[in-house]
Every structure is written in C-alpha cells, then in structure tokens.
Design a protein around this ligand. Structure first.
Ligand code: ARG
Length: 459
C-alpha cells in the first residue's frame, strides 16, 4: 500500500512502480536514514510534539530495525518505493499507531536530503584516508629514488634530466590539492537540511538545533526551499572526484608507458598485472588501463548531475532522485580505483638502469651545455645556437654529447674546454638543479619531508 493511498483509487502499475522506485540504489543509505529518524524522533519528544514515551518507543524500534538489517534478519523489500518508505513501514508494522507518528513535522524531501549528506560525509572521510595513504606511499618511493636520474619530458620528447623521486613527488602535489578540494566540499556539505520539510518549513515548534547537534552537522540550512532542493554538494563532490580521476588517469598513462619494452622503467608486480590468452610473453598493465578507462564514468557522473539539476524549478522535483546513482557511482569508482592503485604503486619494481640509459640518449643535457657557455660569458641565444650545432653534429656521427671529442666542441666555439664534460654530466646536471621546486636529490628529500609533515598534520 502506498503512502498516498488515501488520495488515489488505483495501485500503481507494476512496471511504473519499478520505474519510480529508488530502493535498488538508495537502500545503501539505510543506516543514515535510521540515524536521521532517531534524531528526528528525539527532537519531536524533546519539543513536546509527540509524547516522550512514544519518542522512546520509536527510537528503540528504529535501533532494532538497524540491528536486524545489519544482521540479515530483516531483508529490505525490493518492491518498496524507497528506503525511507521501507523503514517507516517496517516501524509501523512493529509499533502500530506509534510508528505512524515518526513522520510528524518531516517530509521525505528533507529526509532524503539529510540522508545523502550523512552518507556522503562518511564516504568523503574514507576517501580522504585513501588519498593520504597514496601520498604516503609516494613519499616513501620518492625518498628511495631521490637520486635516480631519468629523462624528464615535454611533448613526450626527452627534455631535461630529473630524478624519479622528483617525478613521483609531482603527483603528491596534485593529491594534496585533491585533499584540500575534498575538505572544502565537505565544509559546504556539512549543513543540515532536516526541518525544511516538503519545501515550506512547518507550523510545529521544531528545534533544528537539536537534530543538527545529534547528527553531527556543523550548521543548519537557512532557507527551506534551498534546503530541500540543493544538490550542489553532489556536483561539487563529483567534480572533486573527477579531478582525482584526471590525476590517477595521467599517472596510469605513465605507468602503462613505463611498463612497455620501449621504456621498461618499471615492472608491475604479478599480482597487479594480467597475461594474455594467446600471447605467452605478455604481461599487461590492466589495472592502470582500467583506472584510466574508468575516469570516463566519473566525468559522466558529473555531467549527469549538472544536467539533472540545471533546469528544475524550486523546490524538490523527482529528477533529483537521479542524484544518487551518479554520485554513488562516482564514489564507488574512485574508491575501487584507489584500492587497486595504491598497492600497485607500492609494489612496483623500479629499474633505475633503464631510466639512466634513456637519460643518456636524448641530449637532455643540451641546455646544460648551453648554460656552460653562458657561464663563460656568451649570451644565452649564442650559446643555444652553438649547442644546437653540436647536437646536429652528434646525430650525424651517432654520438652523444658526452662522447663527442673536445676538438669538435672547439670547432663550433673556442670557449669550450675539457670542463664541458663535467658540466654535462647527468648526475651533476640534476644535483645542481637546486632552484626551489627543482629535481636535485637534496630538494626531493626536502620535499618528501615537507609532504610527510603535511600529511601528519592533516591526518
Ligand atoms: N526517493 C526519493 C529521492 O530519492 C525520495 C524523495 C521523494 N519525495 C517525493 N516527494 N517524491 O529523491
């Protein structure tokens, strides 16, 4: 029997009922729905809107329902319209008339709005823990490889020497921004809409401070229309989640490249790789590919939410039921991705020799060669041109700058002497890049310490 049976003369068509129902995806909020109802019942009792004794019975009944769902003794009815209806119905089954008093001074519109916030607040906290863990894993790896020279790239062309530790630390910066964005979104989400009712508040003498305090909200929404029709927090969170996926996807792309025989900078642990059904030699970075692929779903979820919200008049409209699948999917996807991604990074084998070999080949010390001439007094543009000529000469002869004889250097510019070989030594080139934020091993170690301190503080 529907909640609105009094007004209607027919039962809903079965298929329409399924179409209308949200139980298949909102039942995961049963705990939060019950928590919200317990707080509401307590407030109704304290404000004298229902008898204190009835409030106590309702609260106990709700606690029992929670225990029964948790233990599996009570199954959630897949034909119920939504989780709110199911729990209220179950309470009434158990308590009779008293159960029917719970929904006094409340609407499903403010109920669902409070449930989602309660649920997402918890999800945000666990996601934050995962992000912090990834940052910590990266710091440990970066520390270990703070001296490991590798080519840095622009346009995917070898550009200048960096260290592997420096490269990894770039991702910690992105992840720290992700954490700060999540914290920011959390602050705005931490506002309690319960007490907005359907859209226009109530004539009952409710006290919203009581429920806000009981439910652990930091503030209370100040406009009843906005209270029930705001889903900004879902949009904000899915945008935070999308940016996280951008970062994980870029990282995955690099992992995939680094695993290829063309690079072979790293090897993933067998537990995080897969083989081929036909090619016996294959070891594929499926996890990284899936993370890269799944970014699309999360961006899609953001689009779903933006589109669902953009055209609806105030206040609640059923379109808003679409919020849950999108934001849940975004959270589930990012959580799953991180669950696989973190140990994959933690267990990957780094192959410094291959990084060093790649660094030796792409003339990535050409800038340092030019800088050497600048230090001898040449204007940078002239030094750049002379070095360009040397690189062309090397390519022609199949040599690296390190291998080119000093006579050839001198033939291009007589400022060169044997000191140039020291100046273009890759280890020295990296060691000297001590500018703030640069890749010198001592910088990387300082960055690691700084980031480790930050995550200790924000944990
Ligand atoms: N299942 C609904 C949702 O998720 C709950 C709110 C229903 N309110 C209503 N007036 N139909 O949005």
């Amino acid at each position: 029997m529907k909640l609105w049976a009094g007004r209607f003369s027919k039962e809903a068509d079965k298929k329409t009922n399924d179409f209308n129902s949200s139980i298949s995806f909102d039942s995961r909020m049963y705990r939060e729905d019950i928590e919200g109802s317990i707080a509401h019942a307590q407030m109704l009792g304290e404000c004298g809107i229902i008898e204190k004794s009835e409030s106590a019975l309702i609260q106990n009944g709700l606690k029992e329902i929670l225990t029964d769902i948790d233990s599996g003794a009570l199954a959630i009815d897949p034909d119920a319209e939504d989780i709110h209806t199911f729990i209220e119905g179950e309470l009434t089954k158990r308590l009779g008339q008293t159960g029917k008093r719970l929904h006094t001074a409340r609407s499903r519109n403010d109920q669902v709005a409070v449930d989602i916030r309660l649920y997402l607040k918890k999800r945000a906290v666990s996601l934050r823990e995962q992000l912090v863990e990834l940052v910590s894993v990266l710091c440990d790896k970066a520390e270990k490889y703070s001296e490991t020279v590798m080519p840095g790239y622009t346009h995917l062309q070898r550009a200048q020497p960096i260290t592997f530790g420096h490269h990894l630390m770039a991702y910690t910066e992105m992840l720290l921004r992700d954490i700060s964005r999540l914290d920011d979104a959390y602050k705005r989400m931490d506002e309690m809409p319960l007490g907005s009712l359907a859209l226009a508040g109530t004539t009952y003498p409710i006290d919203r401070n009581i429920t806000a305090k009981l439910l652990g909200f930091n503030s209370i929404s100040q406009n009843s229309l906005d209270g029930v029709s705001d889903r900004d927090f879902c949009i904000e969170l899915s945008s935070v989640l999308s940016i996280i996926m951008v970062h994980l996807s870029r990282f995955s792309e690099e992992i995939i490249m680094w695993c290829s025989w063309e690079f072979k900078f790293i090897e993933l642990d067998d537990a995080f790789s897969t083989g081929s059904s036909i090619m016996p030699q294959k070891k594929n970075p499926d996890i990284a590919e899936l993370v890269r692929g799944k970014s699309g779903r999360v961006f899609g979820d953001l689009m779903t939410l933006l589109t669902a919200m953009k055209g609806i008049a105030l206040a609640y409209n059923k379109d808003m039921q679409e919020d849950k699948e999108a934001i849940f999917d975004a959270f589930d996807t990012v959580t799953m991705c991180l669950t696989a991604f973190i140990p994959m990074i933690d267990t990957m084998r780094v192959i410094p020799e291959n990084m060093r070999r790649a660094a030796a080949k792409g003339f990535i010390n050409a800038t340092d060669c030019a800088d050497y001439l600048v230090k001898k007094g040449l204007p940078f543009r002239d030094a750049y041109k002379a070095t360009g000529t040397l690189v062309a000469m090397c390519i022609d002869k199949g040599l690296t700058l390190e291998e080119l004889p000093i006579e050839e250097y001198k033939s291009v510019c007589d400022e060169f002497d044997d000191g140039v070989y020291e100046a273009i030594n890759l280890e020295k080139c990296v060691r000297d890049r001590k500018s703030l934020g640069g890749p010198a091993p001592e910088n990387v170690r300082a960055q690691v310490n700084r980031v480790k301190r930050i995550i200790e503080e924000i944990k």
